[in-house]
Design a protein around this ligand. Sequence first.
Ligand code: B12
Ligand code: SF4
Length: 486
Amino acid sequence: MKRALLINLPKTDLMVPPAALGVLAGVCNENNVDYDFLDFNVTLNNAFNDDEWLVMDNWLTGVTDTCDQEIINTINEKWQRTVLDRAHEYDFICISVLSYWGLHIAMHLLSEPNFVNESRKYKIVIGGGGCQNNIDGIRGSTSLGEWLLTHNYVDHVVYGDGETTFAEILQGSNQTLVKPTAQENDLDSYPIPNYKGINFDDYKADAVFITGSRGCVRKCSFCDIETIWPVFRYRKAELIIEEIKRHYYDLGVEHFEFTDSLINGSVSNFYKFNCLLAEEKARNSDLKNISYVGQFIARPRHQMLPIHYEAMYHAGCNQLTIGIESFSERVRNEMKKKFSNQDIDYHIKQCARWGISNIWLMIVGYPTETLEDHMDNLKGIERYAPYAKTGVLEMIRWGTTLHYIDGTPLTRQHMIDRYQIYEPGSDSNIRPGSSYTWKTANNPDLTLQERIRRRLELHSKTVEYRIPQARPLEDLLILDRMAEEI
Ligand code: B12
Ligand code: SF4
C-alpha cells in the first residue's frame, strides 16, 4: 500500500485542525493510500516560547524580511526530524500552504539541500492558496508554485481544489502544474474529509472545519477569492448535514466552523440547510447540541428574510463573521461590497433578536478613504456599541490597515492606474505577498503614517466604547513594526 505524509505549514490557526489535511486524508482513503498527519505549525508552536513564536510570526507575516538565526535553526532541526529523516518511508510528501503567510517558510524549507535530493524516490506535492501568491512582490510574475517547479524542488503543484487533482496524482498522473478550470468539479462528488488520526488535543477548540461552498458571489476589490476559486459552487444541503452527522458520530465533535467565504452565498440552499438541520435536531436528540459558525455577507431584507434568521437560530448558528470593512457606505461601494448602511442595521437587529453573535472585520485606509470616511468609522463605533453590551456585536477587528495583496483586483493594472498607486522608493518591487507601504497619488494625505494614525484612533475609540476587539495585541504589534518603516 502506498503511503503519504500530509503536512500543514505555518502559519495557521491553532484552534481547529487544518481543513486541507482532512480533505487530503479523505482523498487518500478513497484511493487506498495510507497516510500520516504532520501539522508542522503545531510542531513549531510546541517548540517555541511566546517570544520566539512572535519572532517567527513577524517573519512569516512579512513584518520582518529575515528571521533570527536561532529560530531558523530550530525550524531546520524540527523539519529534519519530522520530515527529512522519515521521507524515505513515504511515496508522497504532501504540503499545504494556506495563505501568503506560508511563503517565506515554504521557500526556505523546500529549498533545503537535503530535501531537494534529485534522486528522491518520493513525489513532493504542494497545494493551497499560498502557492498562487507571487514570491517577487505584488506586481511580480513568479508564483511560489511555479518557482518550486522551475527549481525541481517539488514534483506537482496544485492550484484551486485539491480533491480531484490530488486523486489523479496519487494514481500516477504526471501533470506538474494543475490549475483550476473555469468551471471546477461539482462539490457534491468530493469525498468527505477525514480527521481520523489527527490529535485533537493539539487544538484549542473542540471543532472541525466544514465546507458548504467554494468561491464567492462577490468580487470585492481587495480580496483574492476569485483568483483561487473563479466560480461560486455550493454543496447540496443534505450532504452538508450528512457530513456533520458523520463527524459527530466518528469524532464526537458537536461544533462546526464553515470554511465558506460566505455561508449565505446561495440564500435558498442556506435556508434549506438550516431548515433540514433544525428538523434533524428536533427528531434526533443526539444532535441537539450541534452548533456552527461561519462567514456571512450582509444582504438586504428582501434577500434575507426574518424567517431565514429564525431558521439559522434553530439550526444552531451561534456566530457570524462579516466583512463590514467600513462604516462609510461610499468606501464600501468602492470596494464592491454591495450592501448599504440600512442593510447592516437590519442584519444586526435580526441577530439581536435571535441571539446570534457577530464578529465584524474592518479595513482601515482603503486608497480612496478620506477624513470624512474615517469620521464615519468613528461614528459607527458609537452607533453599534449598544450591540456590544448584549454580546451581539461580540468583536470587531480593525486589522493592520489595507495591504496590497497579489491576486486581488486592486493589484490589477487598471486599478493601480485608477488609484494612482505606487511604492515609495521603488516602482515595482513590493514585498513578497503583500505591501502596506504603498502610496496613492490620488489621495496623497493617506500616507502610511496617516493610515496608522486613523487605525490607532479607531482602537482608542473602540476601547472607550467597550467593544471587544479580535486579536488587538497581535494587530498593534504588527502596526508597531510597520511604523518603523516611517
Ligand atoms: C478559515 C480561514 C481562516 C481561519 C483559519 C484557517 C487556518 N486553518 O488557519 C482564520 C480566521 C484564522 C484565518 C486567518 C487568516 N486568513 Co484565512 N481563510 C480561511 C478560509 C475562510 C477557509 C480556509 C479553509 O480552511 N478552506 C477549506 C480548505 C479545505 O481549503 P484549502 O486549505 O484552500 O485547501 C484546498 C485547496 O487549496 C487544496 N490544497 C490545500 N493544500 C493542499 C495540499 C496539497 C498537497 C494538495 C494537492 C492540495 C491542497 O485542496 C484543498 C481542498 O480543495 C479561507 C477562504 C476560503 N473560503 O477558503 C481564508 C483564506 C485562506 N485566508 C486568507 C487570509 C489572507 C488570511 C489572513 C492572512 C487574514 C489576516 N490578514 O489576518 C489570516 C492568516 C492566515 C493564516 N495563514 O493563518 C486568504 C488567503 C489568501 C492568500 N492567497 O494567501 C483566504 C483565501 C481568504 C481571502 N481571499 O482573503 N483564515
Ligand atoms: S471579501 Fe468576502 S464577500 Fe468579498 S469577495 Fe472576498 S470572500 Fe467574497
